[in-house]
Design a protein around this ligand. Structure first.
Ligand code: HEC
Ligand code: HEC
Length: 370
């Protein structure tokens, strides 16, 4: 073999290595209250600065949609805790989707099932679905990969985060950015850290939120924490424990919910227990956006529960009257008690989260020139 040939082969190997070696990335350091419990990050998608940076740009980029008009952020707006203010979301087709857009925060914790009916098991799996859905972003993945390769920024951002531009890496980056959306600085968090105290009304509401009513010991309660669990105020993480039927519909009108995914009759009408963090800014409420205000939500729990085969026993048992009347399930709180619970729900608003520049649109600011 001539020297020239050897040099050409060596150059080829070097080039191949540069093109295929995994990039050098920096893990994100983050803090979260230990009361959130253990977090989940898949081993094959390390949580790095490079992936979050790429994911943030993708999240806000209308390039991801077929008509280049809709981004993830069209339906997930930061100032609304990543919801859109609509009863049911509207995307590329201008047809209302069956569901209310979901708030995105603290997604490293809580149920390992995403969407109102729990049909996907990870943020990575979730991310490519709205992109391809005809009613949401209506984009062909091959076309999107071409557009990303033609772009003047994405090739470098992908190279730094993962290596190649692929649908899988696109999904991974979107998942990483969404993991960075941590909300842990609300008035309630400051209260938990002992930095401030709650007003009398908020404190009264907090106690009612946490208590399961027990007339034997004259304990009044709203029973909310039974499902909106712990400090996350989201559903439980184990199995399908984070899904429940909170009495929105009777048997005749019961929607599929989790049943659509599991095919188990006992799961009909069960929906994901959503987080209540930042709930004061995410109206309208419930999977179909049927309630316009928190007052209406409280009215529902207090006196609007519909009986059905799968209604949660935690709701059936919760009654502040002396004798529980199974025929008409009702919490029977007073107006003052309901107002106090609503005041407590307002303490879950986290202004830092709603205005944190790290979560904001990188196309609006000069920030993406580093
Ligand atoms: C047209 C509006 C729309 C667009 C665009 C959209 N979403 Fe959503 N998003 C929704 C709706 C509606 C739901 C609830 C859907 C359901 O349960 O079937 C949702 C749910 C989610 C969830 C589940 C949250 C949970 O707690 O289970 C995640 C994560 C999410 N979206 C991320 C994204 C990402 C990433 C993009 C961009 C690639 C995106 N969304 C684009 C409307 C939208
Ligand atoms: C048995 C479990 C359970 C109990 C108890 C419960 N919830 Fe819920 N909550 C749910 C489920 C499930 C949903 C979503 C239902 C749907 O959309 O189909 C929900 C939805 C909500 C929503 C709307 C969230 C959104 O993003 O649209 C609010 C607000 C709410 N609950 C507040 C409360 C309050 C306040 C209490 C106590 C008075 C309470 N919940 C008690 C299970 C429960």
């Amino acid at each position: 073999m001539s020297v020239i040939t050897v040099l050409i082969v060596l150059a080829g190997i070097t080039f191949w290595k540069i093109a295929n070696d995994p990039p050098v990335t920096t893990p994100v350091e983050f803090t979260a209250p230990f009361v959130f419990g253990r977090f989940q990050i898949p081993k094959d998608n390390p949580y790095t600065y490079e992936s979050v940076k790429l994911g943030r740009r993708l999240f806000y980029d209308p390039l991801l949609s077929g008509n280049n008009e809709i981004s993830c952020a069209s339906c997930h707006k930061q100032e609304l805790a990543f919801t859109d203010g609509l009863p049911r979301a509207i995307g590329a087709s201008k047809r209302a989707l069956p569901f209310n857009s979901m708030s995105l925060s603290n997604l490293m914790w809580g149920p390992r099932h995403f969407f109102w009916n729990g049909r996907v098991a990870s943020l990575e799996q979730q991310a490519l679905l709205p992109i391809q859905h005809v009613d949401e972003m209506d984009q062909d993945l091959d076309e999107l990969m071409e557009e990303l390769k033609q772009d003047d920024r994405y090739p470098v951002l992908f190279r730094n985060a993962y290596g190649r531009i692929t649908p899988e890496n696109t999904a991974k980056a979107l998942a990483s950015f969404q993991r960075s959306l941590i909300s842990a600085n609300s008035k309630y968090d400051k209260y938990l850290r002992g930095e401030i105290s709650l007003s009398d009304q908020e404190e009264y509401g907090r106690k009612l939120f946490m208590a399961h009513p027990d007339t034997k010991v004259s304990l009044r309660g709203g029973n909310c924490i039974d499902c909106h669990s712990q400090f996350l105020t989201a559903g439980f993480a184990t199995g399908f424990d984070g899904f429940s039927n909170n009495g929105l519909d009777d048997d005749e009108h019961l929607q599929d919910g989790l049943y659509a995914f599991t095919g188990n009759d006992a799961h009909r009408g069960l929906f994901k227990v959503p987080t209540l963090r930042n709930i004061a800014v995410t109206a309208p409420y419930m999977h179909d956006g049927r309630f316009a205000s928190l007052e209406q939500v409280l009215e529902h729990y207090n006196s609007g529960i519909k009986m059905s085969q799968t209604l949660s026993p935690l709701i059936i048992e919760a009654d502040n009257r002396e004798k529980v009347d199974i025929q008409s399930v009702s919490l029977n709180l007073t107006e003052t008690e309901m107002k106090a619970i609503i005041a407590f729900l307002h303490t879950l608003t986290d202004e830092d989260f709603l205005t944190n520049e790290d979560f904001s649109d990188p196309f609006n600011r000069g920030s993406d020139h580093d």
